[in-house]
Design a protein around this ligand. Structure first.
Ligand SMILES: NC(=O)c1ccc[n+]([C@@H]2O[C@H](COP(=O)([O-])OP(=O)(O)OC[C@H]3O[C@@H](n4cnc5c(N)ncnc54)[C@H](O)[C@@H]3O)[C@@H](O)[C@H]2O)c1
Length: 339
């Protein structure tokens, strides 16, 4: 039998691929188009929940197949929000990338960095359809890894932004992100002492927290603003969440699944911990439908629009497809003889 070699890519290898913001947006846009066209296979994330350090801990299995791109694989990804106490990332795991003709695993790659790229790309793509024209201010709450990626991607797609305000309960996370963002963003970068001063009057809001606190209330979410939350809807008060004229998700089945799980979940001190405070609002559109032009994004200057992308495996596998091709091209990674 022929030998099978699997390409192994560490986080350093994945970063060395130098995937640009524009090419990540391009490949993720393609996946969103396929989502709208229905040319994919994906299932709501199944997982296990070792909740010792935090009731919200999860390890999810995320298989996906994109017919048009010809890409398939599986992400096995953990989210452990207390990992920063051990100097470890919150999101860690593996992306397996398979051959669609033979099924053999072609590559296994570190998935945390790619997850950051794809999540910020999805939020940025949603922002291009939902943000006000000529948006000037981005307020970011949660300055960890995802927050860092969100500043990079949202300022890329919305070049009218002149001011980025940062808020984190950890001052060092704000300081680090302010320093890092200054290298590529020419406008003002303002670390804020509280949520209200960060969010006040912002045109675009991005929340990348661990979802433990409802950081965006109705006063902070002005008419005409666009908000994206990657921690489900749990960073928003029920009033803010339900004030949006348009509620957008990446995948309705995924959002409904998370809504169902959230209704059964309790915090460490036994309080209800819903994914969507006040219940899941009616879905106006998926991000793919906006991308494909099946539904309009922003139609009025005063609309509040919220996007909650839960995180789709089809976007991961699209990015893995790009990463694998780039790694072969540049000779990056190690070979592992599977048989
Ligand atoms: N929707 C998706 O596709 C997707 C993908 C990846 C990660 N996530 C989620 O995104 C979130 C962030 O992930 P990460 O890898 O950046 O984690 P991270 O731990 O690196 O960053 C989270 C940051 O939020 C800050 N924070 C927590 N509570 C806060 C509060 N009340 N106010 C201000 N800041 C607060 C923390 O101090 C930390 O700096 C997690 O909840 C993760 O599960 C979602």
């Amino acid at each position: 039998m022929k030998p099978i070699d699997v390409l192994l890519l560490s986080r350093a290898d994945v970063m060395a691929l130098d995937l640009t913001t524009a090419e990540v947006i391009d490949v993720v846009t393609g996946a969103l188009r396929e989502h709208a066209a229905g040319t994919y296979e994906m299932h709501p994330k199944i997982g296990v929940h070792p909740t010792g350090t935090d009731p919200a801990n999860f390890i999810h299995a995320m298989p996906a197949y994109l017919h048009g791109l010809g890409a398939c694989g599986l992400k096995w990804v953990a989210g452990f929000a207390q990992n920063h106490r051990r100097d470890l990332p919150n999101v860690t795991g593996l992306q397996v990338y398979n051959d669609t003709e033979t099924g053999i695993p072609l590559a296994i790659m570190e998935c945390g960095y790619l997850t950051g790229l794809r999540t910020a790309a999805v939020s940025a793509i949603a922002a291009t359809h939902g943000a006000p024209a000529d948006a000037r201010t981005l307020a970011l709450v949660g300055c960890g890894f995802e927050g860092t990626m969100h500043v990079r991607f949202i300022t890329h797609v919305l070049p009218s932004i002149r001011e980025v305000r940062l808020r984190d309960i950890r001052a060092e996370a704000m300081t680090r992100l302010a320093r890092e963002a200054a290298a590529s963003f020419p406008g003002a970068i303002i670390p804020c002492g509280d949520n209200a001063s960060c969010l006040a009057g912002a045109d675009v809001i991005a929340t990348c927290t661990n979802g433990d606190d409802q950081v965006v209330d109705l006063d902070s979410f002005k008419p005409g603003a666009f908000a994206v939350g990657i921690e489900g809807g749990c960073a928003y008060t029920a009033e803010a969440l339900h004030a949006a004229e348009k509620f957008i998700v990446d995948d309705v089945a995924l959002a409904e699944y998370f809504d169902r799980i959230g209704r059964e979940r309790l915090t460490a001190d036994g309080r209800p911990d819903p994914e969507f405070p006040g219940g899941m609002p009616p879905v106006y559109a998926t991000i793919g439908e906006l991308v494909a032009g099946k539904k309009p994004g922003r139609e009025a200057a005063t609309e509040r629009i919220i996007a909650v992308p839960i995180g789709m495996a089809i976007c991961d596998v699209a990015l893995a497809h790009l990463a694998y091709a780039r790694a072969l091209d540049r000779g990056i990674g190690q070979r592992f003889r599977l048989q």
